[in-house]
Design a protein. Sequence first.
Length: 255
Amino acid sequence: MSGAIERAVLITGAGSGIGAAIAAALAGPGVGFLLHTRRNAAGLAAVAARVEGMGAAVETMLGDLLDPGLATALVGRAREGFGRLDVVVSNAGFADRTPIEGLSDAAFAASFTAIAAAFLALVREATSLLRAGDNARVIAVSSFVAHSFRTDLPAFPASAAAKAGLEALVRALALELAPAAVTVNAVVPGFIRKDQGARAALDPELFRRQQEKIPLGRLGTASDVAALVAFLASPAAGYITGQAIHVDGGLVITP
């Protein structure tokens, strides 16, 4: 790609699924991406090639969100590669459906570290670059498990608590960054159809049964979520901040 970088975007968990779809939705000439995944190097390379084909510049990085130095390394790479950072999308994380009786303190802490603490660290490291830009955006990917508690679903206690904490941080950071016109929002996916071969937290039969209870009658797609992220990252969403917006076909309004 030739030409100056007009917008730099950092996406964690970009090797497949929602993260990959977000990259495609935001790609274009003048956009520089720093794409991250924990260890899916092949998937990340494929996503990088796709967005490069759409005219974007791309840097990639592997790393574990449980590593306390990852946020510093990611933001440092963005600063070195692009000299700016305009959009941070915190998408990486994992689902832990372990029931409370079997949930160790270490596993509970790991969920908070990989989801809420990793988001906080990333934004904290990126704040100076975000404040320096125009129309800077921070978007966190949460989950319906922080909102929907039903007897026909696993409760995901560790993930639910961590995602709820993530959404609380979104609101607090939105308040703190508002004077610099940096918006901070969360998107809250419902049941999203996984990439073929990807690890799913629920078995296919449970997914099928839940689909029947979704008011819109289908599972969501990664592109459904990416479309909302693209809007929130756009200048048109400059007056929206501190929100957790659901992309779930009506899932959380059902009893």
